[in-house]
Design a protein around this ligand. Structure first.
Ligand code: SF4
Length: 67
């Protein structure tokens, strides 16, 4: 599974990072970034459910999941 962020949609609510801190984090500007990968990230199978939970919690639908 691969994820990416739509930066214009991210309002910095941080819900993603609260639900799944292993995957999502907030960058210095106060907007979402992926831990260790600011543009996009490939999620390992053991973290896929967490990634989906975090993306589903985003109020702006700013996290896009690509299979
Ligand atoms: S929950 Fe959505 S809007 Fe909030 S920081 Fe995460 S990606 Fe951005």
């Amino acid at each position: 599974m691969k994820l990416h962020i739509i930066p214009d949609r991210c309002c910095g609510a941080q819900t993603c990072a609260m639900v799944a801190p292993e995957i999502y984090a907030i960058n210095e500007e106060g907007f979402n970034a992926f831990v260790n990968a600011p543009e996009s990230v490939v999620v390992s199978p053991d973290l896929e459910m967490k990634a989906i939970e975090g993306a589903s919690a985003c109020p702006e639908s700013a996290i896009v999941i690509e299979d």
